[in-house]
Design a protein around this ligand. Sequence first.
Ligand SMILES: Nc1ncnc2c1ncn2[C@@H]1O[C@H](COP(=O)(O)OP(=O)(O)O)[C@@H](O)[C@H]1O
Ligand SMILES: N[C@@H](CCC(=O)OP(=O)(O)O)C(=O)O
Length: 263
Amino acid sequence: MENKRKRPQKIVVKVGSNMLTNHQNRIMDSVLQHLVWQLVQLYEEDIIPILITSGSVAAGKEAMGRELTIKDETIRRQIYSSMGQPRMMRHYYEIFQQYGIRCGQVLATKRDFSPGKHRDNMVNCYNGLIASGIVPIANEDDTVSLSMSAFSDNDELAALVAELLEADMLIFLTHKDGVYNGPPDAEHTEVLEEVKIDEKTEQYIHDKNDTKTIGRGNMSSKLKMAKKAAKHNISVHIANGTTPNVILDIVNGKQIGTKVMQN
Ligand SMILES: Nc1ncnc2c1ncn2[C@@H]1O[C@H](COP(=O)(O)OP(=O)(O)O)[C@@H](O)[C@H]1O
Ligand SMILES: N[C@@H](CCC(=O)OP(=O)(O)O)C(=O)O
């Protein structure tokens, strides 16, 4: 049965800040190492991986510690992401380099996805990188995005990139095992294997009680964007990015996490 599945050709993988950081909000190199190793396995099998990564604000906070005296929250985020983005890229660049594979950075604001020349320009950039064998690594350009040009979060960016590039698969990796049918840490709640795009999922989501808020998105936005992408015939999955081999297992058709699908 599994052998008859068409293997995806182009996969967008989105990783959230919470799976990249530990309880002290420090970026975990071991998580990045395993993530990149899996992307390299795909690459070696002629599957094109595109990585959407959060973590710049967390990496900037890690570097600045308590030193930052500026009080304005928006400017603080700009400073953190400005410092943290190159730190994240240095990690990724060095890990990909260990395998002799090149990666390149694509920072975007929502304006880059507006129909017309902005969108065409973005498509050209991704296609140029892919044609040159360079793995695209994207994040929002948090240093310059304003409310009207900002994505709701990187879950939205990931869905837009998957649609833009007509990806076959979109995998949201987070620090929970998938979408639970109640508060994820409560007793007796379980991961839903499937969620249909017309299913009312608000009942399951308990974002308000969540105390770990290093990122910007949450499960509501992840599900909203997952459903949006699934409508475009993209195979969409939400799973735990710290589970060993999670990306490869999903690609190989193993039941893991939550699959978001058309009705
Ligand atoms: N029903 C649910 N199933 C899974 N996660 C849920 C649910 N309700 C709320 N959540 C919360 O959604 C969050 C999803 O992670 P999120 O903050 O989006 O992380 P990131 O975008 O950094 O991966 C988790 O912290 C989890 O506690
Ligand atoms: N662009 C920001 C992350 C924004 C965001 O959506 O965060 P997350 O919910 O962790 O995916 C950063 O790099 O820190």
